[in-house]
Design a protein. Structure first.
Ligand code: 5GP
Ligand code: MN
Length: 333
């Protein structure tokens, strides 16, 4: 990333009075948090800001329902048809904008703010820090350059992005500077305990039941991934319906399944009730680059946490995935 890109990004943000923000479909804590943090900051600078994402249902996942800045959100159908400045967050490729992807072609300027190694650089200005633990980190670097004060209102969504993308400061991306940023955020007085409880430790009873069901049907295939082992399970529309859950509610299932020490790679295949497509989540423990595997299957993500979308059946999707995993090189520790 060039110094120039930072200067151009700051220039674009400061010189526009109307700014349209978008994040990837089915937003997670980092997508939503980084977008809201920037939205609140830009509004504080007197700009007119809208923020959205291009998937249904247009509902803020309950884990993030207490965040400030939700009043910036507009459903995709109310998103500007041809924004002068479109800023995207945590979005590795234009198609990840879903129904808002077409705005990339018509916006005068597209500023891409991201940390995905697989980012396709679809913006006119691309701020992609592949070493950043979260897109929210890149947002703070931008706000610092813009001399925006880090208020508690901005810090809460930033913390949400940071804590979700580092798995509560557990993943390898958790550097000393991540902790330094967390300290800065806590100094604003945010209720990090409330934010974390809402994200990690609050579910419906239905989720507890669904977890039991999908864990009971998990399959361990020790001979897969070149003998490193694969554990996987699937969540169908009927499972979600039975317990009145949406896709956003079952994001955490992969974190339970991947704990199985017998498998290097963990997979959860979820059927999207909106379009019937399979959303495949993959995780590895460090010996397989699932990011590269998912890119080869039309998706993206990070080295050890990635995903792809499939229009094939569950058996066919798993067969393609097994083949790609078998061909993936084993990384040295
Ligand atoms: P998750 O499994 O938590 O949904 O996603 C893990 C990572 O993979 C995230 O960084 C996410 O952006 C990326 N990812 C998940 N699904 C897809 C997909 O269908 N396409 C692309 N390009 N990336 C995905
Ligand atoms: Mn992210």
């Amino acid at each position: 990333m060039t110094t120039n890109a930072w200067g151009e990004a700051v220039g674009l943000l400061l010189e526009h009075d109307e700014i349209a923000l978008a994040c990837h479909v089915n937003p997670d804590g980092d997508a939503l948090g980084s977008m809201l943090a920037m939205g609140i900051a830009l509004r504080g600078l007197g700009k007119r800001v809208v923020a959205s994402w291009g998937s249904e249902p247009f509902e803020v996942p309950t884990a993030y329902a207490g965040l400030p800045g939700l009043d910036l959100l507009v459903p995709a159908r109310e998103f500007p048809a041809a924004p002068a400045l479109l800023v995207t967050f945590d979005t590795g490729s234009a198609d990840r904008l879903g129904s808002l992807a077409d705005r990339v072609d018509v916006a005068q300027h597209v500023l891409v703010v991201d940390h995905h190694i697989s980012n396709t650089r679809f913006g006119s200005v691309n701020l992609i820090d592949r070493d950043a633990a979260a897109t929210a980190v890149v947002v703070v670097e931008l706000l610092d350059l813009m001399s925006v004060e880090l208020t508690a209102e901005i810090a809460a969504p930033v913390y949400t992005g940071l804590v979700t993308d580092t798995g509560s400061f557990k993943y390898a991306a958790t550097t000393p500077s991540v902790h330094a940023l967390a300290a800065r955020l806590l100094e604003t007085g945010i209720r990090h305990d409330v934010i974390s409880r809402q994200i990690w430790d609050t579910t419906s009873f239905g989720y507890v039941k669904l977890l039991g069901l999908v864990c009971a049907r998990a399959v361990l295939e020790t001979d897969q991934v070149g003998g490193l082992g694969l554990v996987w399970t699937a969540i169908g529309v009927e499972d979600l319906d039975r317990y009145s859950l949406g896709l956003a509610d079952v994001e955490g299932v992969i974190d339970v399944v991947r704990a199985a020490r017998e498998a290097e790679v963990a997979v959860v295949v979820k059927t999207d009730p909106e379009d019937g497509l399979l959303k495949v989540s993959t995780r590895s423990k460090g010996q397989i680059d699932v990011g590269a595997v998912c890119v080869s299957l039309g998706g993206g993500g990070h080295r050890f946490a990635a995903g792809f979308t499939s229009d094939a059946s569950l058996p066919d999707t798993m067969a393609r995935l097994r083949a790609a995993l078998a061909a993936a090189p084993h990384l040295a520790d």
